[in-house]
Design a protein around this ligand. Structure first.
Ligand code: SAH
Length: 261
């Protein structure tokens, strides 16, 4: 009996495929080996604006590179257009590398793209990346969990408003490190809500902009002082709230002392 030709066999007949790749938080050396390898196999590379252009050194010179950046509030390529473009390229047999900042599944719309590609019958695989919420505090010597200080960490967006807004008063009571992505612009309201929920204004907090990059800037402060400290900070920034923020700079300080000894 002959097998009926089906959708699955049609898509596996050619090499067309999409890789959803996490490019890491900034420093191009924080790219995984797998990301570098599959990037080197791509015919088309779609790049988000937080991706360090240094990672493109792993792409083939003949690869077509398309910038599809979208930063909060700025002009951006519509999500639907990006998805259609990936489907079209893969259906023509191209290997597509979709490069996203950090990890594609952490506030990166990678999940939506995965579903859209699957729905279109396109082969798709994910290559995890190092998310900013872990690596950016780490570069400052802040572990997001630490025995005796934080038994866990919550990754939350500060960008959502209205019905989508996280329940800050509940988060204030969770006893875990709060790692806030896209939170700088709304930090005054977030700080007030957390304090209204019972989190002490003296809770240590850190702000880091452009973490893991040479132009990184940071401030270590308290929950109550966050709005004032954030005044001259912009995007991309991570806010860490919790006892672990106390450890900021300790690693660097210990290193300096070790060198001085
Ligand atoms: N998928 C990404 C997050 C995308 S949302 C990841 O896993 O890291 C974009 C937000 O990530 C920024 O607004 C900022 O909050 C954070 N971010 C990304 N890179 C950063 C960096 N180098 N320094 C500080 N924050 C960063």
């Amino acid at each position: 009996m002959r097998n009926k030709p089906n959708h699955e066999s049609r898509i596996t007949n050619h090499r067309g495929k999409v890789w959803l790749i996490g490019a890491g938080p900034g420093d191009p050396e924080l790219l995984t080996l797998k990301a570098a390898r599959v990037l080197g196999e791509a015919d088309v590379v779609l790049v988000d604006d937080l991706v360090h252009r240094g990672v493109l050194a792993h792409a083939q010179p003949r690869a077509r590179v398309i910038e599809v950046g979208k930063r909060g509030g700025c002009k951006s390529t519509p999500q639907g257009f990006i998805e259609k473009l990936m489907v079209r390229c893969a259906r023509r047999g191209a290997v597509v590398a979709r490069l996203k900042g950090g990890d594609p599944f952490v506030f990166g719309r990678g999940g939506e793209e995965l579903l859209a590609l699957r729905a279109a019958g396109v082969a798709v695989e994910v290559v995890s990346g190092i998310t900013a919420g872990i690596a950016v505090p780490a570069a400052l010597g802040i572990p997001v969990t630490h025995r005796g200080l934080a038994r866990g960490a919550i990754f939350v967006t500060g960008h959502a408003a209205g019905d989508d807004e996280p329940d800050w008063e509940q988060l204030a009571r969770c006893g875990l490190t709060l790692v806030i992505y896209m939170g700088i612009a709304r930090i005054a309201s977030i700080s007030a809500c957390l304090q209204a929920g019972g989190l002490s204004g003296n809770t240590p907090a850190a702000l880091i902009q452009n973490g893991t990059l040479p132009e990184a800037r940071s401030a270590v402060t308290t929950l109550a002082e966050l709005p004032a400290a954030a005044r001259d900070f912009g995007s991309p920034g991570i806010v860490v709230i919790g006892e672990v923020a106390r450890l900021a700079g300790l690693a660097r300080e210990a290193l300096r002392l070790a060198h001085a000894a």
